[in-house]
Unconditional design. Structure first.
Lengths: 714, 211
């Protein structure tokens, strides 16, 4: 278990076969590169698995995944398709005739067929040559794998050890072990301590290592988790996803406010500024060519009124400013309060947290015990879904039509008032095309439960006795009307069991593979990244895995702006045990168990700074942001970084005094106890007139971990 | 000796220190704020091979076979019930705190409002109705196991038999014969503490550095 911070968990003095290996935040790319280097150096990676150029080839070879490791990359800088994967046309290869029925035609890439040594379409070769470097059709090319070999060898194991804080001997031990179990190995990596401005290196490295050992979709390897029958989509009984007449809004005709999935040079703003005679214009906030949606970037767009003004903001059960490192600061809060910046802000929540504090309207929501949900837990290996259902009567206001005030009720009524399709009468089609109404949350969720009840093999009806024992014969009448009389006893059966799960045999094939095999390609060469240019500097990031130092928005190194000698510390955040991300500080029990969090520091770092366990300390960024809290001096924290559990350090949420109509309600300072990381904003974005968080230049997600800090006694 | 003897077995190898037991107990038994019938102590612990681990040690009344708290009680308020557990008759308790001083495990506390002493009952009100103690029924890793130690076919007896010498009670040398057993207690206590000791998330013993 590699983590900057030793959490409570399975690494105990008595647990066998699991070790905690401290790693510095924001250095995962170095660790993965080191392991890949060892696998290549020792030739312990699975060369067969890496050489399958297509899903069909992998299947024929007994595997579940393929890679683009053998695809040729055009390395001739003067070629119009420089940095792209070579296409059939570039190589002068013929392609099969187009399928006139198909809406999209396949792309044909080029490999050197391992059997013939000749260029071939990736669809025709059983295996490609991993190492080819040369010319094809007069064009200089090399394989993605050969480029990977170079990029993971940019540094030595000793250098990776220095960067990550992991001893070289330990890296070697892990590299050897990872390469010694065939495909029965895997990597799990996600969540807080991997999120940094170079956070993309984490999924990139994780997927590479999984592919290098041929583990994808293999039993005992990287077996797919989190599958479930369709419940909230086109299910066995109802179609809960198709909406006739739904407005056509997508990335093709609209721009997401978080500036993702759009290259700066493709924006209307860029084009119009160039047309107006501006040379090489730069945006106020960064654009992210390949990023998905981001709430953190959206909130920064809103306060900057860029790329467009947000007229209405609706948030449900989230506290974006507290959850976005660096966003909970006066400059942001002032903008959220300013109706000329944000005219209408509606929050639906069960508590009034920092986000709701600045909203114009607060719609009360119900708790998890008072509402429905069919979450498919991604970490569970089986097949199935849990059903969470309204186990107690909601505490919110009951409306005249017996519905309770909550998020769904609010959405339904607003949508109906706006005459949006998919709500009210004739909203939800069943499998026969008959339309059903959508007037309350039962109309939706109990249909999803019906989909689950009839999935694969329908469940049996609940017996009258069992329904009675569980009180299911006393449910309100507006539940039963959501499904048919035939479906109702099966819906109750699923509710009585809290969901439905199938055994692992449902997913494990006798051939050692996932029964539901789907094409699973691992990128060794990331063409999308290869073609992405930075909006400020025009620089590019490596298309194959390597280690990237922390960068600002123009890809300049943080250490080019600020002194690493003066600000030597990194930080990381981790999930709290006794709070949620933004809630539970209002719970007296939780506060009783843990009054506050800590600034967790390595014992050697603390000794060097003269800091003792329990001292108040400050972590300060080069831009003057101050994180102050009580030091927890421990061996279970990596040297060179401090850690903070999030969910503490509230400024609102009942911590503050509130004055309404002249009446002051005193806050409870215990709710504010503890600290949160005050991350610096991006100085490069500031130069362009924007207020922006430090962020991952690929995914646009916040630089939650890493940064630059000095630590001193408070 | 009564027919039934209730006891608990905690496998420290799978206790992840999540404190779900602490929360479940708080909700079930409603001890006053700052008081706990059960809790988890956690600290960084360096093992012999130099690796740092996180030790978790759940604590609660040990429902001893030979309880000092019962022998010192001047009124008979503290007593052993038929199922072997140690209980307090609040009607007889005069709040003299002798039992608190006598208990080496520090599991008893004074309820300021009533002047009575209280502690873990092994959820007597639940076990007499055939339910498990709240902490056991909520344990996400089934680290906590509960049952009749006198019944060789009970899950806990089988697991204890399997564990042999590995299952131990806290401070057994005091001779009170605790009936809360831990698997992995020796390894946990042998590892060198290298952080403060936390009770839940609060420090109960600050870290003084490597001694």
């Amino acid at each position: 278990m590699l983590d900057p911070t030793l959490a409570n968990g399975v690494v105990t003095p008595t647990a066998e076969g699991i070790n905690w290996v401290p790693i510095k935040p924001a250095t995962n790319g170095a660790f993965y590169s080191a392991i890949a280097q060892i696998l290549i150096r020792d030739n312990t990676f699975d060369a067969d698995a890496m050489a399958f150029p297509s899903h069909e080839a992998a299947l024929a070879g007994g595997y579940g995944g393929h890679t683009n490791a053998t695809y040729l990359v055009i390395t001739d800088e003067s070629h119009p398709n420089y940095r792209k994967l070579m296409r059939a046309a570039d190589a002068g290869l013929e392609v099969p005739p187009a399928d006139p029925e198909a809406t999209t035609q396949p792309t044909y890439y080029v490999v050197i067929d391992a059997a013939t040594g000749e260029p071939a379409l990736h669809t025709t070769a059983a295996k490609g040559d991993l190492f080819f470097e040369g010319e094809v059709n007069g064009v200089k090319v090399r394989t993605g794998f050969s480029m990977l070999r170079d990029s993971v060898n940019e540094r030595t194991i000793d250098e990776y050890a220095e960067i990550t804080g992991i001893p070289a001997s330990e890296i070697e031990r892990m590299g050897k072990e990872f390469g010694s179990h065939g495909h029965k190995v895997s990597v799990q990596a996600a969540a807080a301590s991997t999120a940094s401005v170079v956070g993309f290196d984490t999924p990139a490295g994780r997927e590479l290592l999984k592919a290098m050992m041929g583990t994808n979709q293999m039993t005992g390897g990287s077996f797919p988790a989190g599958q479930a029958p369709v419940t909230e989509g086109k299910g066995a009984c109802y179609d809960l996803t198709t909406i006739a007449g739904k407005p056509d809004v997508s990335n093709k005709n609209a721009v997401m406010i978080s500036r993702g999935s759009k290259a700066w040079e493709k924006t209307d703003e860029y084009k119009s500024r160039v047309a107006a005679g501006e040379k090489d214009p730069k945006p106020m906030l960064p654009w992210y060519t390949n990023a998905p949606q981001s709430d953190a970037q959206a909130i920064m767009s809103i306060v900057n009124k860029y790329p467009y003004q947000c007229k209405i903001l609706m948030t449900w059960m989230c506290n974006v400013i507290q959850a976005t490192p660096g966003a909970m600061r006066d400059e942001v809060i002032e903008k959220l309060k300013d109706t000329s910046v944000l005219p209408l802000h509606i929050v639906c929540d069960i508590v009034v947290g920092e986000m709701a504090q600045y909203a114009d309207y607060i719609v009360p929501d119900v708790t998890q015990y008072e509402s429905f949900g069919l979450p498919t837990v991604s970490m569970i290996g089986g097949f199935g879904t849990t059903v969470r259902w309204e186990a107690k009567t909601p505490e919110t206001t009951k409306l005249a039509d017996d519905r309770y005030v909550c998020w769904e009720t609010f959405l339904i009524d607003v949508a109906k008032a706006c005459e949006l399709p998919g709500w009210g009468e004739n909203a939800i089609p069943d499998v026969n095309g008959t339309m059903h109404p959508f007037n309350d949350s039962y109309d939706y969720y109990l249909k999803a439960v019906a989909n689950l009840a009839y999935a694969v093999e329908p469940v049996e009806d609940i017996t009258a006795d069992e329904a009675h024992i569980q009180g299911l014969d006393e449910l309100p009448k507006n539940w039963k009307k959501a499904v048919t009389d035939e479906e109702w006893p099966k819906v109750l059966k699923v509710l009585s069991r809290g969901g439905r799960y199938w055994g692992m045999d449902y997913k494990r094939g006798a051939d050692g593979r996932f029964k539901g095999l789907k094409a699973k390609e691992a990128y060794v060469y990331n063409e999308k990244r290869a073609l992405m240019t930075n909006p400020y500097s025009g620089k590019r990031l490596s298309p194959t895995l390597n280690y990237n130092e922390q960068m600002f928005a123009d890809l300049s190194l943080m250490t080019d702006h600020y002194s690493a000698d003066e600000y030597p510390f990194l930080c990381s955040e981790h999930k709290p045990k006794f709070r949620s991300v933004t809630m539970l500080a209002n719970s007296p029990i939780m506060r009783d168990i843990a009054a506050h969090n800590y600034i967790e520091m390595n014992e050697e770092d603390a000794a060097e700074l003269g800091i003792k366990d329990g001292d108040m300390v400050r972590a300060i960024t080069p831009r003057g942001d101050v994180t102050e809290g009580e030091a927890m001096v421990r061996a279970g924290q990596v040297k060179g970084a401090f850690a903070v559990a999030f969910g503490y350090g509230h400024i609102n949420y009942g911590a503050q005094d509130v004055e309404i109509d002249g009446k002051v309600t005193k806050g409870d300072p215990a709710i504010a106890a503890g600290t949160r990381i005050h991350m610096m904003v991006d100085p490069v974005v500031a130069e362009h007139g924007g207020l922006g968080i430090i962020a991952d230049n690929d995914a646009s997600s916040p630089g939650r971990c890493g940064g630059m800090f000095k630590i001193e006694k408070a | 000796m009564s027919e039934k003897r209730l006891g608990m077995l905690i496998d420290l190898g799978v206790c992840i220190g999540c404190n779900a037991c602490t929360v479940a107990c708080k909700q079930e038994n409603e001890p006053p704020l700052t008081k706990f019938n059960t809790w988890v102590e956690s600290w960084d612990a360096e093992t012999e091979d130099g690796r740092v681990t996180r030790a978790n040690l759940p604590k609660l009344c040990n429902h001893c076979e030979n309880p000092a708290c019962v022998s010192v009680c001047p009124t008979g308020a503290s007593y052993q019930a038929e199922d072997g557990t140690v209980q307090i008759d609040q009607d007889k308790c005069i709040g003299c705190k002798y039992c608190m001083a006598a208990c080496p495990y520090g599991v008893r506390y004074m309820v300021e409002e009533s002047g009575d002493v209280s502690k873990c009952t092994f959820c007597h009100h639940r076990t007499t109705e055939g339910l498990l103690p709240a902490c056991v029924s909520t344990c996400v890793t089934t680290s906590r196991m509960f049952g009749d130690l006198n019944d060789p076919d009970s899950d806990i007896s089988k697991k204890l038999a399997e564990a042999g010498d590995k299952a131990k009670g806290l401070m057994e040398d005091l001779g009170m014969e605790p009936r809360v057993y831990y698997i992995g207690l020796d390894e946990t206590l042998a590892a060198k503490p290298v952080s403060a000791v936390h009770k839940g998330g609060n420090v109960i013993a600050p870290y003084e550095g490597r001694q």
